[in-house]
Write a protein that binds this ligand. Structure first.
Ligand code: NZQ
Ligand code: ZN
Length: 391
């Protein structure tokens, strides 16, 4: 195991009706003027936004609001939010929604205190200062409610980039699983896929002797695989929703990733797909992961065989462990298809003719040096090969 530091200061309040605590929590973390930031309307339709506004009013906390965050959030609304926060002297941002709303809130939080174009913070992956943020989560997926990350797409170039900094970790996150009961099945399944991807990205490590984090990851994937069909069958199943919601947080606040190298090449390849075609991030990952894993599995057959046996219940073939590794990847693919995720470029709405462009942008847009550095180093040709496996 490698040396590590772990700092995850978010205060979580989890369970039914917990959104009622939002006013007290904002006060506790020093907010006196709030920007309520939200998405395309689900929180308006569900009545959540009105409940939040009523609570803030009852607590005597002034607020302004900005809705309209799109999935795969765009830079344009971030500029609007920064201007609004400066003009209104906002000192606390409340994100009400999913990962896109939370990431847009994080960008506004950092951009408001930055003397320059907020996009610099994504180009240089740094966060020198940020307003405090709180979240009320409505979808279990991205894990942004407990993560130090934010991912934004620059509209003009379709470059989707992430930045990272402990200042972006929410001061508090309110997780009420009942709020996810209104999700369409496709969004529930995309969220589940993203959670599984965050766990695989950490599982694919070059560090040895990491039994604790291996077992945490395996346990979380197995739990989500157990619960997902149950909520798809019965969307109101509170306890199954609750397990998925907490798994989503644990999958990405890095408790499972400490002390080990991590991969993230699947995410780098997926971000090109959701930037170009505006597909759901999880749906893109469903197409990327089986292809990526098949391409890189020979780098460490034992690791892929281990997860095949421990999570997917495959029989270990001691003479030909690559057969076990392959069976595990196949089980993952079949599970993702069974929950309604796309299995290839066509079903995702992606186009074969863009492969060279996607591979180039993925290779040069992220690290700038022509390769992705993760579990296995991949150059542009590798990425083109992997994208072709998704056709
Ligand atoms: O916009 P509204 O109307 O709210 O609708 C949303 C949106 O259409 C809808 N939705 C959310 N909660 C709902 C609901 N509909 C009905 N009932 C509810 N309770 O679901 C759709 C998707 O929402 P979104 O916020 O986009 O989902 P998600 O949480 O998957 O976020 C995706 C974004 O997060 C980024 C992704 O790249 C993508 O841009 N990621 C962020 C990470 C982070 N900050 O740590 C890590 C991830 O790997 C990921 O890259
Ligand atoms: Zn993700």
């Amino acid at each position: 195991m490698d040396n590590f530091t772990f700092y995850s200061p978010t205060y979580f309040t989890f369970g039914k009706d917990t959104e009622q605590e939002v006013g007290q929590l904002i006060k506790r973390f020093g907010g006196t003027k709030v920007l309520i930031h939200y998405g395309g309307g689900s929180v308006v339709r569900s009545g959540l936004l009105d409940r939040v506004k009523n609570t803030l009013t009852a607590e005597g906390i002034p607020f302004v609001e900005l809705g309209g965050v799109q999935p795969n959030p765009k830079s344009g609304l971030v500029y609007t939010g920064i201007e609004l926060c400066r003009k209104e002297q906002v000192d606390f941002i409340l994100a009400v929604g999913g990962g896109s709303t939370i990431d847009s809130s994080k960008a506004i939080a950092a951009g408001t205190l930055y003397d320059g174009d907020f996009w610099d913070l994504y180009e240089k992956r740094m966060v020198p200062a940020a307003l405090p943020i709180g979240t009320i989560l409505t979808i279990a997926a991205a894990g942004s409610e407990g993560s130090p990350n934010s991912v934004i797409t620059k509209e003009e170039t379709l470059i989707k980039r992430g930045t990272k900094g402990d200042l972006l970790r929410p001061k508090f996150s309110i997780l009420n699983p009942a709020l996810t009961q209104t999700l369409p099945a496709y969004q529930t399944a995309s969220g589940v896929t993203d959670i599984i991807a965050h766990l695989y990205e950490r599982y694919l490590t070059n560090t040895t002797e990491v039994e604790v984090t291996d077992r945490l990851i395996e346990g979380l994937i197995a739990s989500v695989v157990h619960e997902a069909p149950r909520v798809l069958e019965n969307p109101d199943l509170y306890d199954a929703r609750a397990n998925i919601m907490w798994a989503g947080m644990l999958a990405h606040n890095n408790v499972c990733g400490v002390g080990r190298t991590q991969d993230w090449n699947s995410h780098a390849m997926e971000h090109e797909l959701s930037a170009e075609y505006d597909c759901a991030h999880g749906a893109g990952l469903a197409v990327v992961m089986p292809a990526m894993f098949t391409y890189v599995m020979h780098h460490d057959i034992t690791r892929f065989a281990q997860i095949a046996v421990r999570v997917w219940g495959c029989q270990m073939d001691y003479y030909h462990p690559e057969n076990t590794a392959k069976a595990g990847i196949e089980a993952l693919r079949n599970f993702l298809i069974s929950i309604g995720m796309p299995k290839n470029f066509k079903e995702l709405g992606a186009d074969e003719k863009d492969i060279e462009k996607l591979a180039h942008r993925s290779c040069y847009g992220h690290t700038g040096n022509g390769a992705l550095h993760g579990f296995v180093e991949l150059n542009q040709q590798d990425l083109e090969n992997i994208y072709k496996m998704m056709l």
